[in-house]
Design a protein around this ligand. Structure first.
Ligand code: PGA
Length: 243
């Protein structure tokens, strides 16, 4: 399966820097084996879209509303993202679950909306440090997957331990392998044979220095990269490590 390397820029970048950063990624992306996505903030989508158009790098967003349109001040719908040129959308990121109280059911409704609009969702799941210390990580993360994915899910899952995001700390390769194997079983249980084809990304402090090791753990289908994706050279180095 082709590995997917997605850059989650979070709430960073004005239109000018976003377009320049995207152009640098496009320039370095030729010939890479991995599939690349860039996920700028909403306000930069229109600036980045023409830079990526016709290139090997796809545009994606960081959230959408569950409804296609209506009285939802400040929100953006999945059809709007498709109209803006997005191929996909990150959903259920732990920062949204924590800061906006998004439940698994709310994430699931957004996933349905994204799929209906023709977008590929990347659905994020992950445990807190206290949950891992309590030996609950696999059970809780697999339950999150089961409750966040509709029965006809056709997207990507990202395992992002919350304690590894932006901290420079990463789980051991053995812990990642165990979690990804558990997620594969949970996906097959939830989706049937289609669960075998779902890519499971790892996310949380992926850097050029650790990317090769993380990306070669069994069942790791790519990476969701936050901080390191803001530097085009670093992001491209991570993408090369996937090859
Ligand atoms: P990080 O973020 O790479 O900065 O740890 C990953 C993410 O939140 O998707």
């Amino acid at each position: 399966m082709t590995k997917l390397i997605a850059g989650n820029w979070k709430m960073n970048g004005l239109r000018g820097d976003a377009a320049a950063r995207a152009a640098a990624v496009v320039q370095g992306a030729a010939g890479l084996a991995a599939e690349l996505w860039l996920c700028p903030p909403f306000t930069a989508l229109a600036a980045v879209e023409p830079v990526l158009r016709g290139s090997a790098v796809a545009l994606a967003a960081q959230d959408c509303h569950a409804r296609p349109h209506g009285a939802h001040t400040g929100d953006v719908s999945a059809p709007m993202l498709a109209d803006a040129g997005c191929r996909g959308v990150i959903l259920g990121h732990s920062e949204r679950r924590a800061e906006h109280g998004e439940s698994d059911a709310a994430v699931c409704a957004k996933v349905r909306a994204a799929q209906h609009a023709g977008l590929i969702p990347i659905v994020c799941v992950g445990e807190t440090e206290a949950e891992r210390d309590a030996g609950q990580a696999e059970t809780l993360v697999c339950a999150q997957v089961a409750a966040s994915l509709p029965e006809d899910f056709t997207g990507v899952v990202a395992y992002e331990p919350i304690w590894a995001i932006g901290t420079g700390r990463v789980p051991t390769e053995a812990d990642i392998a165990a979690m990804h194997a558990a997620l594969r079983r949970a996906l097959v249980q939830r989706l049937g044979p289609a669960g075998q084809g779902v890519r499971i990304l790892y996310g949380g402090s992926v850097k050029p220095e650790n990317a090769a090791a993380l990306l070669h753990v069994p069942e790791v289908g790519g990476a969701l990269v936050g901080g390191a994706s803001l530097d085009p050279a670093g992001f491209l180095a991570i993408a090369r490590a996937a090859g």
